[in-house]
Design a protein around this ligand. Structure first.
Ligand code: F6P
Length: 324
């Protein structure tokens, strides 16, 4: 018999499409296993403000198809402090929470790990971020939907670019991860992709654009991974001006975070939500649900605390090869 009788859950960091499916799976698996589910509003901020409430089957009805997170989310700087995490642990203990499920990215997992090790709070992680940049898992909830949203936007930009013989810089999200950028570049036939955290090779960029023009291409799409701060494309635009290449900038920004989750995100998050609860009940606490070799498995939390750019060299080569 498991000692876990009450599980609390929260979503933390940037929201991602599919988080609601994970919430639903956690709550409904708790119910089917005969244990209580408690929702926490607004991530760690809501936990500190004791915004806890009981959840039942109906409270997660009709949410599978909805973007965002019904629990809402936050970025909580205060959680970097030990005494704040102690306060959070006291609130969880006071409310008799036996395990906390955290749905979020690497920052949220770091908070969960410290909360657990410092205060003996059992936690489970479900990777939810459009960036697909958490170590230990091949997939994070929301990535596929974000990529699809960006592809749809780039296809539309291509229509107007071709009509006006224009070059466009289309900036996609991902902070220091180029995962979205590379996949979007391959799927839209972009002329080139500029990676996060790397200096732009202007000779190569200009040569790529001019080579296309010489063989009769009338438009170019350059996908830019945003990197540390959004708006990097404007610097690139200015520099291209110096080479007499005029361009337009389109920053897709937060449009990529919203919208109804695609089937992959609904499916993976449903399995992850279910396995997080079942894993905890089987005693596999302080684990994260991860995708490895196409299967959802459990991995120790400490192996999922760093960012990783799933930068696959073969994908970069593929994008370049097909865009000649
Ligand atoms: O959640 C991940 C992410 O969308 C990154 O791709 C992006 O750099 C960042 O969050 C934006 O954060 P915020 O919504 O806090 O501006």
């Amino acid at each position: 018999m498991s000692e876990i009788k009450k599980i609390a859950l929260l979503t933390s960091g940037g929201d991602s499409p599919g988080m609601n499916c994970a919430i639903r799976a956690v709550v409904r698996t708790c119910i089917s296993e005969g244990i209580e589910a408690v929702g926490i509003k607004k991530g760690y901020k809501g936990l500190l403000a004791e915004q806890l409430f009981d959840m039942d089957a109906a409270s997660v009805g009709n949410i599978l198809q909805r973007g965002g997170t019904i629990l809402q989310s936050s970025r909580c700087k205060e959680f970097h402090q030990k005494e704040t995490r102690k306060k959070a642990a006291d609130i969880l203990k006071k409310n008799k929470i036996d395990c906390l499920v955290v749905i979020g990215g690497d920052g949220s997992f770091n908070g969960a790990h410290l909360l657990s090790t410092e205060n003996n709070i059992p936690v489970m992680g479900i990777p939810g971020t459009i960036d697909n940049d958490i170590s230990g898992t091949e997939y994070t909830i929301g990535f596929d939907t974000a990529v699809s949203t960006a592809i749809d936007a780039v296809d539309k930009i291509r229509d107007t670019a071709a009509s006006h013989d224009r070059t466009f810089l289309v900036e996609v999200m991902g902070r220091n991860s180029s995962s979205i950028a590379i996949k979007v570049a391959i799927c839209t036939g972009a002329e080139t992709v500029i990676l996060a955290g790397k200096d732009v090779d202007y000779d190569d960029l200009v040569e790529t654009i001019q080579r296309g023009q010489k063989r009769g291409k009338n438009s170019s799409i350059i996908i830019v991974a945003e990197g540390q701060t959004s708006g990097r494309s404007y610097e690139i635009q200015q520099k291209l001006n110096e080479f007499k290449i005029k361009s337009r900038v389109c920053i897709l920004g937060h449009t990529q975070r919203g919208g109804s989750p695609m089937s992959l995100d609904r499916y993976v998050s449903s399995i992850m939500g279910h396995q997080a609860v079942i894993g905890a009940l089987k005693g596999k606490i302080n684990h994260v649900t991860v995708v490895r070799d196409g299967k959802v498995k459990l991995s120790p939390l400490e192996k999922c605390l760093t960012k990783t750019d799933q930068l696959r060299e073969d994908n970069i080569i593929l994008a370049k090869t097909l865009a000649i």
